[in-house]
Write a new protein. Sequence first.
Lengths: 77, 212
Amino acid sequence: MQNTKKQDQIKELVVARLQSIPSNASISIGMEGNFNRAQLIKHVEDEDEIGKKITQVELEYLKALKEGVLYAQTPCY
Amino acid sequence: MPKLLVTRPQYDLTTRYLFYWSTLYMQFAKQKGFQVLDLDGKRANRKELTSIIKKIKPQLICFNGHGNYDLITGQDGEILVKTKDNESLLVGAIINMLSCGSGKLLGPACLQKGALVFIGYQESFIFYYNNEETSNPLNDNRAKLFLEPANVTIRSLLKGHTAKEAYEKSQNLYSQNIQKLLASNSPEAYLARYLIWDMRHQVCLGNQNVSL
């Protein structure tokens, strides 16, 4: 029950973020296709593969902010 | 004369952007005295790729196109290189792949078969574009934020820098673009999260000290 609530909160957050995308902006996600704001929001709400990917992008962003990695040079290996 | 081979399919919006943005480093390569072998459009097929590589043996090979963890494609999605298939074709070359996911399996497989170094992405390469600029991709400042860092690896290699330096140049340019977006109250600040994604999933595998 708690997990579902958390997932819903994450979904809400991602959709809220997507609302700020300008109407003239579209995203290319390789072979998966190109999407505008409305299409991305639908994918996130549907929790399909594209929606999961966009959610993953948001979660990685939050993690990067928390880690402060934007201010450190990323090593390569 | 050193040689650069570029694959540039063009059959959908994404490949159209990669097609045009690669012209910049191709022009730069010519200025630097490189022979540029351009497999554009329908020429971005497996048969021509194989023939040119075997005959000319380019030192630097730059792929543009759709991909997955284990493959890179050319025109109309034709598979150009795939793991457990023909990855040994890239032996002895420096490889740059601007495509989704090929850094995860194809890159390491190419290195196992003798490629010197591989720069690419382990997950989807994502970029945003301006719907009003699709007929003129080089004018698209939104796409520029993504494609300039992606392609600066090649410019850096063409200047004679090592693979490690080329990779770091790209990572730094991603970082600069991210910081500019976050520091301003720009309506484009939402792009930062996607730049972070590309930056964090870019890899440089193999011999870091190799250069052209």
